[in-house]
Ligand binder design. Structure first.
Ligand SMILES: Nc1ncnc2c1ncn2[C@@H]1O[C@H](COP(=O)(O)OP(=O)(O)OP(=O)(O)O)[C@@H](O)[C@H]1O
Length: 348
């Protein structure tokens, strides 16, 4: 497996997209940033679909010298772009045939791939009869069928409804871990960044303004945009029924049962803060101390360290800050309702 190294510049009417970044084998790097920051432009340049200056390397291979079709990178877009009249199998086989594999062999391999992903019941269904989530899984299968050396995903979950998105995201996480190739993922969704990415690269106006693990970036956001984007809380643990035991020892109670390794995602606005243990309270109540406070839109973002060591962001109104008499190192209690915890399965 080889790493992907990108150092490119693309001229745009308002600014130049100029980015240097690398993605290790098996690593998922989320490219995030406001609309028009240059994320898709960068992805297209790496794929060879956009003229650019600079270099793109996969290991020692100089991709920038190759036309798009010879770069051996898999692409998935927001729109799965399947052929509506072709079966899922033939859609997947299409990518293989474009790479020179014979018709029968391509179909056999396509079927085997769909079967190994548990999608055998979709194999004969025409593209136009697949749901959004199914179509996106088939599009991913098509992108990886020919054994690409890198994957480029441009908002692959953006068009899906919330429920389908949750399930498809979990599946994508498992597939990416299996494939082990460098992956660049463009997303607007903080949950995608938190759950799928090992590292986040933030682009604004064509430049990298910050990079780091999702936890690092959300702890010290470099710009307001980043603060809004990456502030979701992510707790990692193992579920058994409605109980999740986190790596830190913290126990969370869920509204519906789950099992195995999970990420629990909690939005900062779903975290309530109290100066004393709330009475008649929800089951997820934790003691902690305030580590930091920063203005955030119309509210204030609190950084709370729980007794377990976990850090949790809460978003409260300026009035609440005054009422609670908050200052650095103030002891406090936080509460999260069970139905505010979004559970995402993860590779174990
Ligand atoms: N083919 C093109 N020719 C000229 N300018 C373009 C082209 N495509 C995009 N742009 C401009 O380049 C800039 C970057 O666009 P790009 O689509 O890469 O941003 P993005 O970060 O992917 O945005 P979004 O999140 O909205 O998809 C924008 O100002 C856009 O209007």
């Amino acid at each position: 497996m080889r790493s992907l190294r990108v150092d490119v510049a693309v001229g745009r009417p308002e600014f130049e997209v100029e980015v240097a970044c690398h993605v290790d084998p098996g690593e998922v790097v989320a490219l995030v940033g406001p609309n028009g920051a240059g994320k898709s432009t960068l992805l297209r340049a790496v794929a060879g679909l956009e003229p650019c200056r600079g270099t793109v390397h996969l290991g020692e291979q100089r991709l920038h010298d190759l036309p798009a079709r010879d770069r051996q990178v898999g692409l998935v877009f927001q729109d799965p772009l399947l052929f509506g009249h072709l079966s899922a199998t033939d859609n997947v086989a299409f990518g293989l045939r474009a790479g020179g594999v014979g018709r029968r062999e391509a179909r056999t391999r396509a079927r085997a791939l769909l079967a190994s992903w548990g999608l055998v019941e979709l194999a004969d269904r025409p593209g136009r009869r697949l749901s959004g989530g199914e179509a996106q899984r088939v599009a991913l299968a098509r992108a990886v069928a020919a054994g690409p050396h890198a994957l480029l995903l441009d908002e692959p979950l953006a068009a899906l409804d919330a429920r389908t998105r949750l399930v498809t995201r979990g599946e994508l996480r498992v597939r990416l871990a299996e494939l082990g190739v460098p992956t660049l993922l463009v997303t607007h969704d903080p949950v995608d960044a938190a759950v799928l990415a090992d590292r986040v690269v933030v682009l604004e106006q064509g430049r990298v303004v910050q990079e780091g693990t999702p936890a690092e970036v959300s702890r010290r956001p470099a710009t307001d945009y980043v603060a809004r984007l990456v502030g979701v809380n992510l707790l990692t643990g193992t579920a058994e029924g409605t109980r999740v035991t986190c790596t830190s020892g913290l126990v969370l109670h869920l509204a519906s049962p789950a099992s195995g390794p999970v990420h629990c995602v909690v939005r900062p606005t779903a975290v309530s803060v109290f100066s004393q243990r709330p009475v008649g309270s929800p089951r997820n109540v934790f003691e902690g101390i305030l580590r930091g406070m920063a203005p955030h839109g119309d509210g204030v973002r609190l950084d709370v360290q729980l007794v377990s060591g976990d850090r949790v962001h809460a978003e409260v109104t300026p009035a609440a800050v005054a009422d609670l008499g908050l200052g650095t190192a103030t002891p406090l209690w936080v509460a999260v309702k069970a139905n505010e915890i979004e559970v995402q399965t993860r590779a174990g």
